[in-house]
Design a protein around this ligand. Sequence first.
Ligand code: C5P
Length: 213
Amino acid sequence: MLIAIDGPAASGKGTLGRLIAAHYGLAHLDTGKLYRAVARDVVAIGAAPADTEAAFAAAKALDLATLDDPALMDGKLGEAASLVASYPEVRDALLAYQRAFARRSTGAVLDGRDIGTVICPDADVKLFVTASADMRAARRYRELRQAGHNITEADVLADIRRRDHRDKNRAAAPLRQAKDAYLLDTTNLDIDAASKAAIALIDAAMGRAGQAG
Ligand code: C5P
């Protein structure tokens, strides 16, 4: 069973991906971490995220054992990640790993921006998870404040809008809903309701409608 989840920044797709994977006993890959890790490694050598050669080299040399680094979730890395993610060479360098992850025999959930369109066009079920920019900013702001970050909600909203714009308008694998993806708008859903809605969609799509659990 292969599930593809895409959506804009802070739409809740990562949390949903984790919950869906746990529900069905599947492996989960948050592909945003790949781009965040490349951005981290570019910044760590003192290069700018706009340095395409440094980004390509970092993508090719990426140590996949470092994807659990908590520093990846730092707010500033989101912006740098969206820059390095706009380079086709960087995306190509990360493609094989994502496809291999998707092919594992135990099944997988991958979430990102181009999973249903480019990485796993043959996924069994595709979800496109979204929410209004204001709601996404409010949720991310709450998370960042709880994690001790000193940031304003206006800054979070500006970052989300900037990243949405870049991710949707880049030439390489832009963020868009695959034609065969189900739209899940979580603006008025908490995470519990969103995960129930996602599981209901997946069960129905897999022909399991009405089954418990
Ligand atoms: O999902 P997350 O916010 O962690 O992703 C960080 C950035 O990585 C996104 O803004 C996007 O530019 C990029 N990304 C991507 N393709 C993916 C996952 C993330 O371009 N499949």
